[in-house]
Design a protein around this ligand. Structure first.
Ligand code: SAM
Length: 475
């Protein structure tokens, strides 16, 4: 890795070339227009074998406009999802810690110039109340979200993470804390890593530099390369579990998918491990939102983005958030999404106040799915999905490169199915409504019977389920 790109202050001038080679991406998109039958089939053949696709192969899929072929992509995405992840969907909740922000991003409700936005930073006591409320709902996995502000330095982030892990409420606790915050220096990442975080997530928003400049007018975030190499610095600091993302609706969606893929290639090449997750938020209504209609992504395009990513990086988690409506989330889940948030509140103190209505003066953007965790759990199970709160990989050190070793040969079934079933049973015992509990146990029975888990593991699993029913946890 070119050390010049890993400067220790964001103001540092980054001289080396960035890895987003825009010319290459635009050329690939032009060259692969109207791909031939042979070209398309060759890519699909490689994807069937769960090979990580090249930029050119991804460009061919992005430029596939034929309706039947798009359906083929969807079918293959569905089957890869089933092969790699089974029917599991991991659930989490976002928790906003503070919405003060010094950036001026045209699309964001937290932008510094929004004088009517109500600003708030949670005190540790207020954070405790939110986390108790989240545990009370049944959550085990959080992503803590912070604006970009001197109040949210690495030591505040580390402190809020440690507090999240320390809280016990009844049988419940938070077992994994991920982060979505501004890019840090290597030293600051180390401080945050020591607090025991899971994934550090930074969305590049757009990989197109000219657009990036236009939409990030001022503040630390206006430095494209500081952000672009933000996760490389995290890797240098020993954080091997990172999440990338693009905000769809700022620039041409096909270019952004290739940008994400270049980011994957960069991390794999430099650190031997790709991102743990990819996110693809779409632009939503926000206080003072400025948008360019030309680049808005419709539902069909979003589904294509998800399915193509599923084919391109079969072993990378794909996250779909509550920005989207329930109906669309259902469809997207089948195409390859592996993680969703549920029972989501993005207003500060929203969980403890049990907020139902959204107020864009207090929130970053409009969400599309405001259903409770119980409702989402029930619907997932009725649709044949197994909701999971599992955090075993991360707690047993199976992250980064190690995680890839486990997930690649399909090993994941023997580890993940039992863990998903046990964490689901914990939820059913401690938090579910009667209706959800009934549906949940029916699903668990079917899961154990049908799954391709080894017989001895099945026996142990049944024993452990009995233990969960009599009150034992975290088995
Ligand atoms: N300080 C953090 C940073 O630098 O990344 C703040 C991230 S923000 C709280 C989380 C993400 O929300 C952003 O990275 C962006 O992709 C997304 N976001 C912002 N405004 C949005 C909007 N109007 N609609 C949908 N997503 C939005």
């Amino acid at each position: 890795m070119n050390k010049e790109l890993l400067g220790t202050t964001w103001q540092e001038e980054v001289k080396a070339e960035s890895f987003v080679n825009e010319e290459l991406l635009e050329t690939l998109l032009l060259e692969t227009k109207n791909p031939s039958e042979e070209e398309f089939n060759a890519v699909m053949e490689r994807a069937k074998h769960q090979e990580r696709l090249t930029l050119k192969e991804v460009a061919i899929l992005l430029n596939t406009e034929d309706k039947d072929k798009i359906q083929e992509i969807f079918h293959l995405a569905k089957s890869i999802k089933e092969r790699v992840y089974g029917n599991r969907v991991v659930l989490f909740a976002p928790l906003y810690l503070g919405n003060k922000c010094t950036n001026l991003c045209t699309y964001c409700g937290f932008k510094a110039t929004n004088q009517d936005t109500l600003r708030k930073t949670l005190s540790l006591e207020e954070e405790r109340k939110e986390i108790e409320a989240l545990i009370d709902e049944g959550h085990k996995r959080l992503i803590l979200v912070y604006g970009t502000h001197p109040d949210y330095k690495a030591d505040y982030i580390a402190e809020t993470v440690k507090l999240a892990y320390s809280i016990k409420n009844g049988n419940g606790e938070i077992r994994r804390v991920n982060i979505n915050a501004a890019p840090q220096t290597i030293e600051d990442y180390k401080l945050i890593k020591d607090a025991g975080i899971g994934t550090y997530q930074i969305f590049q928003e757009t990989y197109h530099q000219e657009t990036y400049k236009k939409v990030h007018i001022a503040g630390e975030k206006s430095n494209f390369k500081w952000r672009l190499f933000g996760l490389s610095r995290a890797m240098e600091a020993g954080l091997d579990d990172v999440g990338i993302g693009a905000l769809f609706g700022l620039y041409n969606w096909k270019f952004e998918v290739l940008g994400l893929m270049q980011h994957v290639e960069h991390l794999e090449k430099e650190y031997n491990v790709g991102p743990h997750t990819i996110s693809f938020p779409r632009l939503k209504e926000a206080n003072g939102l400025l948008k360019n209609e030309k680049y808005l992504v419709n539902d069909d395009e979003l589904k294509r983005i998800i399915a193509i990513l599923r084919l391109a990086v079969p072993y990378t988690g794909l996250i779909l958030t509550a920005r989207e409506e329930p109906e669309l989330r259902r469809e997207c889940m089948e195409l390859g999404v592996s993680q969703i948030d549920a029972g989501t509140q993005i207003e500060l103190q929203g969980y403890s106040k049990h907020k139902r209505e959204q107020d864009l003066k207090k929130e970053q953007f409009k969400i599309g799915d405001s259903r409770s965790l119980d409702e989402v759990m029930r619907e997932l199970m009725q649709g044949g999905f197994t909701p999971s709160f599992c955090t075993a990989c991360y707690r047993l050190g199976r992250t980064g490169e190690h995680f890839m070793e486990f997930s690649k040969p399909g090993f994941i079934h023997n580890f993940c199915t039992p863990n998903a079933v046990l964490t689901l049973a914990e939820y059913l015992e401690d938090y579910a409504s009667e209706e959800t509990k009934k549906i949940g146990y029916e699903l668990i029975e079917k899961e154990i019977d049908k799954s391709n888990v080894k017989e001895d593991i099945k026996v142990t699993l049944k024993e452990k389920l009995e233990k969960v029913k009599i009150g034992q946890r975290d088995l």
